[in-house]
Write a protein that binds this ligand. Structure first.
Ligand SMILES: C[S@@+](CC[C@H](N)C(=O)[O-])C[C@H]1O[C@@H](n2cnc3c(N)ncnc32)[C@H](O)[C@@H]1O
Length: 377
């Protein structure tokens, strides 16, 4: 790789398979990103970053800058990341209560306010901190797209959960398969005169639309739907009419919501436990990100083979998740002790480590990554 911005590259080493397309850099992200600027322009489908939150925690890494200094540095990094995003790419930025509003305004300027997509709220702990005025149990993830329309068209729905699937049953043994019933009436304010009429159920019981409501279909359409066995009147044929929605015709997934609960995507504690299992008594972060959280982001914003980048890699949660999900990754971390943890962790992943999301994604072993140190010359 040679010399980048006057910095010498040393310690090139390949872990696992050659030509994996995965890279782990030990160096300052501002310098490494300059190096990547040309080759990776518009190549990264999903960027996830978890910068220091400027909460004066210097235990594991230096997080003690003035507000202005901290923000200015993050903005420099965001500006370097923006050109790397694919046309339909997105960037996801973790942050907590303290700096979130300032970071949002700054990120609006870098990516364009019109390219802001959403803010995810993540329930990052389930225990209560009784020594504080408020027990803070959430963080934010700001989401921006290069082009929100292209992102919307390419982003994935979330897999149907067991809870959703269990709502589909087949009490009338319909040959079209399992279905769930949904309301057949809507708010009257949006209805026309043709939607107010009496429906006769198979048992002969008559049904008017409830107060303030009208039927979703007009009378003739409702007749056809009843004939086609698409309306459910309950087991005894006399219930309020409801529409049968078949699993076969259902959307193949769920539109992601903005509130992400601990039970679905994990907590900092879950990630810490995973980390301790991997490294026994060696030092850990107080707040690593759980693989389940990152896997949800990668599920929505990338597909197998896509390139994912995290330039505040820490213990390597994003890289580990990417490998297990068949994505390629670029990770950057400037602290020697921490990057050495990440290398050890990823080496274990290549050998078939079974924590985090391994079971969910049936991770066996394999893959590889190239490791570079970019040090001051
Ligand atoms: C909040 S931690 C990331 C934790 C990570 N998400 C995990 O799950 O382990 C932030 C990391 O960014 C690193 N960092 C801070 N400034 C950096 C810079 N300029 N270049 C590269 N890494 C940096 C810190 O050393 C720290 O490991």
């Amino acid at each position: 790789m040679g010399v980048i911005s006057g910095k010498k590259i040393t310690g090139e080493r390949i872990f696992g398979e050659r030509d994996s397309g995965n890279y782990l850099f030990h160096g300052d992200n501002k310098i490494v990103l300059d190096h990547l600027a040309k080759d990776y322009r518009k190549k990264i489908k999903c960027i996830y970053i978890d910068p220091p939150y400027n909460n004066k925690d210097n235990y594991h890494y230096n997080d003690n800058k003035s507000h202005e200094e901290w923000l200015a540095e993050v903005v420099i990094v965001l500006k370097k990341l923006h050109p790397l995003m694919t046309e339909d790419g997105s960037i996801w930025i973790s942050i907590d209560d303290n700096e979130m509003p300032y970071l949002k305004v700054a990120a609006d300027k870098v990516f364009g306010r019109e390219n802001y997509v959403s803010t995810i709220i993540w329930q990052q702990r389930t225990s209560r901190e009784n020594r504080s005025t408020f027990s803070n149990n959430h963080e934010y993830i700001l989401v921006y797209a290069n082009d929100p329309e292209l992102f919307k068209a390419s982003r994935n729905l979330l897999p149907l959960t067991q809870t959703v699937l269990s709502r589909y049953k087949n009490p009338d043994n319909d040959i079209r398969g399992a279905w769930q019933s949904v309301s057949a009436n809507v708010q009257a304010g949006h209805g026309t005169a043709s939607q107010f009429y009496t429906v006769k159920s198979p048992s002969g019981l008559l049904h008017e639309p409830p107060n303030g409501r009208c039927w979703v279909y007009n009378k003739s359409r409702m007749g056809k739907e009843i004939e086609s066995n698409n309306i459910w009147f309950g087991k005894d044929g006399s219930g309020v009419p409801r529409i049968k929605k078949f699993l076969n015709g259902a959307k193949k997934g769920l539109t992601p919501q903005t509130l992400w609960m601990a039970e679905d995507v994990g907590t900092n504690d879950e990630a810490k436990k995973h980390f301790l299992d991997l490294f026994l008594k060696e030092g850990v972060f107080e707040t690593p990100k759980p693989e389940r959280l990152i896997s949800r982001i990668l599920n929505i914003a990338s597909n197998e083979g896509d390139l994912v980048l995290d330039c505040y890699l820490g213990s390597g949660s994003t890289a580990s998740t990417a490998i297990k999900m068949g994505r390629r990754f670029i990770g950057i971390e400037y602290d020697k002790k921490i990057v050495d943890f990440a290398v050890k962790r990823l080496s274990k992943v290549l050998e078939g480590e079974q924590g985090g999301i391994s079971k969910e994604f049936k991770w066996k072993k394999g893959g590889g990554f190239d490791f570079y140190r970019i040090l001051n010359s």
